[in-house]
Design a protein around this ligand. Structure first.
Ligand SMILES: C[S@@+](CC[C@H](N)C(=O)[O-])C[C@H]1O[C@@H](n2cnc3c(N)ncnc32)[C@H](O)[C@@H]1O
Length: 345
C-alpha cells in the first residue's frame, strides 16, 4: 500500500505510457507473432519465432516478454529458456485464422486512428477532424477522406466487419426484431450486421444500403448473400431514394454526423418507413450527464478526430428521433461496447 501520492504518480505513468501498450499489441499483430504461435503445434522459444518472422533477436525477445506480461502470450521457462504460446485472448482475437480475429481493426487503429490521435490538441483547438494534418487530405466530403485509397477503404471495411463478428448478436438481440420482415441496414458497410441479422431472425430479409464503392467491395465479402436473404443497394442516404422497409438499422452511422445531418437523415427515413415500422440505432451511449463511460468518451473524442460527429446520450438520441417523427423510444444498454435504441414510426 503506497501513499496517495504514490498512487497518483503510478496512475500518471500508466496513462502516459498507455500508447506503448497499444503499440506492442499493434506491432505483434502486424508482424504475425500470434499467427506463428497459432500455427505451431507446441510452445516456441524466441529463436524459433525469429526464424519464422525474420525479425531481430533482440527486438523479438523484448516484444515476446512484454506480450507475456500483458497477458497477450503465455510464457513457461524450462531449463533457463522461455517458451511462448498464445493465450485465450490472442487465440480468439489476434490470430488471423480465428473466425473472431480483430487484426484488421487493430491495423486500422494502428495506421489511421493512431495518426489522427497525434493531433488531438489541434482537433480540440479547431473543433474538427484531422485528416488534413495526419494524411494531407482535406475532409470536405467526409467519406472521401475516410476512403482516400482502395486499400484504406478495404482495411476500414474489414475492421468494421470484425467487430460485428463478436458484438453483432448482442445488439441485434437487444430487442425482438422478428416483427420486422423487411430490414434495411443503412450505411451497412460490408454487410456483417446483416449476416448476423438473418442468422438470428430466420424470417427476415436485409437490404444493405451504402455508397457505390462500398457496395462493390461488400458484394465480394458477402459472396453467398445468405441464400437471397441479403441484398445490396447503392446510393447516398442523404440524397437518393431509400429502399422501403419495416425497420431501418443505423449502426455506428449517426455518430459520424452533426445533429443537422442526423435530423436530415432521420426525416428521410421517417418518410419512407412503413407505418408501424421502426428505426434501430446502434451506438455506444454516453451516460445522461455525459460523465462516462470512459470508453464512450474516448470514442467521442475519436469522432472529433475522424468525423463530423460525436457519441451521444440517450436523451440526445431521443430528441433527434422524436423531432423526426419517431415515438415509442426504448433504450437497451447491453453492458457491452455498443447499445441499442428502438423507436417506432
Ligand atoms: C462508421 S461506418 C458503419 C458501418 C456499419 N453500419 C457498421 O456498423 O459496421 C459508416 C458507414 O456509412 C456509410 N456511409 C457514409 N456516408 C454515406 C452516404 N452518404 N450514403 C450511404 N452510406 C454512407 C459508410 O460507407 C460506412 O459504411
Amino acid at each position: 500500500m503506497g501513499s496517495p501520492q504514490d498512487h497518483a504518480y503510478r496512475l500518471l505513468n500508466e496513462y502516459a505510457n498507455g500508447f506503448m501498450v497499444s503499440q506492442v499489441l499493434f506491432a505483434a499483430c502486424e508482424l504475425g507473432v500470434f499467427d506463428v504461435l497459432a500455427e505451431a503445434r507446441e510452445a516456441l522459444d524466441s529463436a524459433a519465432v525469429v526464424a519464422c518472422l525474420g525479425t531481430s533477436s533482440r527486438g523479438t525477445q523484448l516484444l515476446l516478454d512484454t506480450c507475456a506480461s500483458l497477458k497477450l502470450l503465455k510464457v513457461e521457462v524450462r531449463g533457463g529458456k522461455a517458451f511462448y504460446q498464445n493465450t485465450e485472448l490472442s487465440s480468439a482475437y489476434l490470430a488471423r485464422g480465428s473466425p473472431t480475429s480483430q487484426c484488421n481493426m487493430l491495423l486500422y487503429l494502428a495506421r489511421t486512428t493512431y495518426r489522427c490521435w497525434g493531433h488531438l490538441a489541434e482537433a480540440v483547438r479547431e473543433g474538427k477532424n484531422q485528416y488534413l494534418q495526419a494524411f494531407g487530405v482535406p475532409s470536405e466530403e467526409l467519406f472521401s477522406a475516410i476512403y482516400r485509397s482502395e486499400g484504406e477503404r478495404l482495411r476500414f471495411m474489414r475492421g468494421l466487419q470484425e467487430v460485428w463478428s463478436v458484438a453483432g448478436r448482442r445488439v441485434l438481440a437487444a430487442f425482438d426484431l422478428s416483427q420486422f420482415p423487411a430490414i434495411c441496414d443503412l450505411g451497412g458497410g460490408p454487410g456483417a450486421l446483416a449476416k448476423e441479422c438473418v442468422s438470428l431472425y430466420p424470417g427476415c430479409k436485409v437490404t444493405v444500403f451504402d455508397l457505390p464503392e462500398v457496395v462493390r467491395t461488400a458484394k465480394e465479402f458477402c459472396s453467398v448473400l445468405e441464400e437471397g436473404r441479403i441484398g445490396f443497394c447503392e446510393g447516398d442516404f442523404f440524397q437518393d431514394p431509400l429502399p422501403e422497409a419495416d425497420l431501418y438499422i443505423l449502426a455506428r452511422v449517426l455518430h459520424d454526423w452533426t445533429d443537422e445531418k442526423c435530423s436530415q437523415l432521420l426525416q428521410r427515413i421517417q418518410r419512407t418507413c412503413r407505418p408501424g415500422g421502426g428505426v434501430l440505432v446502434v451506438e455506444s451511449l454516453l451516460a445522461e450527464d455525459g460523465q462516462g463511460p470512459v470508453a464512450t468518451q474516448l470514442f467521442s473524442l475519436n469522432m472529433l478526430l475522424q468525423t463530423e460527429g460525436q457519441e451521444r446520450t440517450p436523451a440526445q438520441y431521443r430528441t433527434l428521433l422524436s423531432s423526426a417523427g419517431f415515438h415509442g423510444f426504448q433504450v437497451n444498454k447491453t453492458g457491452a461496447i455498443y447499445d441499442a435504441i428502438l423507436a417506432r414510426n
